[in-house]
Design a binder for this molecule. Structure first.
Ligand code: HEM
Length: 192
């Protein structure tokens, strides 16, 4: 019997296959138990890339790193009472208003691995003191007008296919790229 599952009510799955799975997979359990307080805005949340990529300079020097996208407006999270007072769609409504008034900006940084850090398993965190290297700035200045159409056609590819950034040896990458392509093709083929 699992105890003290925080942030997620698991009482309805006691003894279930899901509970048995979490009981035998500590890294999945750790993820489920980690608090995930909702942000006040998509513009006030930090986003953590899990998969390590290999970044190569023009002189051929390679370092592994994980992306982070950090809000220039700073992080702001809500407590349960504040979330309960909001509508189910508050994040999407808020970002539309915000972006109509000002650009939404993020810092794009890369957390650099040191020699010996695990780079092919997303469940292994790197020490908090690893260097954060600034790559640039993302500015979102207007909403996508025909969002439903764009969502139907966009297919997410987890493998970077650009010069100078290579995938790590994470075994999930190839599988995910193949699954997302299948899923995306089905979505494109579905009636409007
Ligand atoms: C490290 C593990 C994984 C990460 C970080 C991850 C992350 C993501 C992300 C960011 C998306 C795109 C969401 C969006 O478009 O808004 C996605 C979509 C998806 N993922 Fe994963 N994923 C992981 C593992 C998997 C695995 C193992 C499977 C199944 C074998 C899977 C199945 C899917 C499917 C079916 C979609 C929807 C693709 C589409 O229709 O465009 N994911 N995932």
């Amino acid at each position: 019997m699992l105890t003290a599952l925080t942030n997620t009510d698991m009482s309805h799955v006691a003894g279930s296959p899901l509970e048995q799975y979490l009981g035998t997979h500590p890294s999945a359990l750790a993820f489920v138990q980690t608090p995930k307080p909702p942000p006040s805005s998509f513009a006030r949340e930090s986003y953590f890339g899990l998969t390590a990529m290999r970044f190569i300079t023009k002189d051929g020097v390679a370092r592994y790193g994980r992306y982070r996208i950090l809000p220039e407006a700073g992080n702001e999270h809500l407590d349960p009472a504040a979330v309960a007072a909001k509508g189910a769609n508050y994040l999407f409504e808020e970002i539309e208003h915000r972006i109509a008034n000002e650009p939404v900006r993020f810092r794009l940084v890369v957390q650099l691995a040191e020699q010996g850090d695990t780079v092919d398993d997303v469940t292994v965190h790197w020490p908090a003191d690893r260097t954060l290297l600034d790559l640039g700035r993302l500015s979102f200045t207007e909403p996508v007008l025909d969002e439903a159409h764009e969502q139907k056609w966009t297919i997410f590819d987890p493998i970077p296919r650009v010069d100078g950034i290579e995938p790590s040896a994470d075994p999930l990458l190839e599988l995910r790229a193949a699954v997302y392509l299948l899923s995306g093709r089905r979505r494109r083929a579905a009636p409007e």
